[in-house]
Design a protein around this ligand. Structure first.
Ligand code: OOG
Ligand code: MG
Length: 268
């Protein structure tokens, strides 16, 4: 029988192994089968796998740039069949220049979704209230997230998507505006080659996307992390995601905040 210390060792090596599986899948653009149903890890362990996979990226020189929230809107929960708010960690390798070409051969089966991106002005080291949140922000920008689940056919349960760093793959951020006070009902339109493919309101994000900052502060504090000044917080998608294909001009317009855009290049 394994004693306590041995169990710890077995568990730690399984977490490292699953983190490497997901990291390889992302690096080599190779889908993997679901892991949670086979290995039966908990949500807490899923976050440990996520941390371990991000540590592999940091080991290759990638730098932390902020966090992303997932499933902050009904539209996303319904599309993916997962109904809990989740969060993942962003690195500089995931930043794609706004207005530029995003090579699709970096991904397995990429999708894009319209978001808002916050920029923090002060370190966040404790849970914030909604009233406090604006005081910790330097600005907000129209943004899009490119998600690319490492799981076959983009199918996963809650534990698997958390272990997979919440499908994080790319972030495109437009120009920051300093006015973060009144974001609860701005129109959101995402277009492919000028044709609207997703429309909604920023209110779809937790009723008010500033709540994503509150949630990020809570989640980071609970995990013992401080978000440094200058961190990005991706608020979560306002609408369902759309599959990307080569040769698209992709844009998002957010009322009063302007536009973010990119084109897709290369084959998937
Ligand atoms: C998981 C990530 C969800 C969002 O904005 O809700 C997410 C996924 O849909 O693959 O990023
Ligand atoms: Mg997202």
């Amino acid at each position: 029988m394994l004693r306590g210390a041995d169990w710890q060792g077995v568990r730690a090596s399984l977490i490292a192994e699953l983190a490497a599986t997901l990291d390889d899948a992302a690096r080599l653009r190779r889908e993997t089968d679901p892991l949670a149903p086979v290995h039966g890890f908990t949500l807490e362990q899923a976050y440990e796998i996520q941390r371990a996979s991000i540590a592999l990226r940091h080991g290759r020189g990638e730098k932390p740039v902020g966090v992303k929230l997932g499933f902050t809107s009904r539209a996303k929960m319904v599309q993916m069949g997962v109904d809990s708010l989740i969060w993942g960690l962003l690195t500089d390798a995931m930043l794609y220049e706004e207005g530029a070409t995003v090579p699709l051969d970096h991904f397995i089966h990429p999708r894009v979704e319209p978001e808002l991106c916050f920029l923090t002005s002060r370190p966040i080291a404790r849970p914030l209230t909604l009233l406090e949140a604006a005081g910790y922000l330097a600005g907000v920008a129209p943004a899009m997230e490119i998600i690319d689940s490492r799981f076959r056919n983009f199918k996963f349960n809650l534990e698997d998507v958390v272990a997979d760093n919440c499908s994080s793959a790319g972030v495109v951020v437009g120009e920051f505006s300093p006015d973060v006070g009144d974001l609860a009902n701005r129109g959101v339109t995402m277009r492919f080659n000028g044709r609207p493919v997703a429309m909604g309101s920023t209110g779809a994000i937790l009723g008010n996307p500033l709540r994503s900052v509150v949630q990020a502060s809570r989640l980071a504090s609970a995990a013992g992390l401080t978000l440094p000044a200058g961190s990005l917080i991706m608020a979560g998608a306002a609408t369902a995601a759309e599959a990307l294909a080569p040769g698209l001009h992709v844009s998002v317009d957010i009322g009063g905040l302007g536009r973010a855009e990119f084109t897709t290049g290369g084959a998937i």
